[in-house]
Design a protein around this ligand. Sequence first.
Ligand code: ADP
Ligand code: MG
Length: 246
Amino acid sequence: MAESVVDVADATKTYELGGTVTALDGVSVALEVGSYTAVMGPSGSGKSTLLNLIGGLDTPDEGSVVVGDNAVDTLGEQGRAQIRGTEIGFVFQTFNLMPRLTAVENVALPLVFDGWDQERRVDRAQEVLDDVGLGDRYDHKPTELSGGQRQRVAIARALAPEPSLVLADEPTGNVDTETGTAIMSLLADIADSGNTVLLVTHSRRVAEHAERIIHIRDGQVQRREDVTDRRTPGDRQPDAVLGGES
Ligand code: ADP
Ligand code: MG
């Protein structure tokens, strides 16, 4: 069997908020190095919770989460933050950009934690912003950018340290169709160059860009599906529109 970069075993997560909510109920997911996987399920099914556990933003109540050589669930806050900025590129649905920082400064931020010197940080940040089509927006702050441009800055930030694992939570959720296509195309490039990509979406159309779909519902894996007819970004069929996520 191929080597796994992510191994979630029997993870359970409950939240106490006006009653007990079981967000994840015994989920096991293994991602092979270089694979491109989509986690698909309706709103509230536990997709973001699963991604947050893998990305070390949260810890499971039971079960284990291993990323590379790290048992993420046993690391402290600081250890998890370190991995997140450097080994894992995390694209959040809500962008999470620093409002006072420019595009270049936002993208360069994880490189600080990765130990890059100032000059190389700026060069690298500009290079990745060029890649996402924002070569003319280096010095703009988030409020001076459109939603789609902010999402592209967030993607550039996630990719700047060249993480081998990219986690994307509904990355096309808050953007127009054209930006959605550009984002899916970037994710395809990342996967094609041998990195591991895990994409969360509630849209079948978006999920079909991946090699494999893990269907989850009510905090449990329902089934696993190999995508036989993968979609390519920018595919012009009438039903290829990426919009419609929330
Ligand atoms: P999805 O991303 O699939 O829409 P989530 O993983 O965000 O679903 O949420 C799964 C369930 O856990 C939902 O019922 C949600 O309301 C609940 N939940 C998620 N985060 C929290 C939290 N921080 N506190 C309380 N309940 C939460
Ligand atoms: Mg979610």
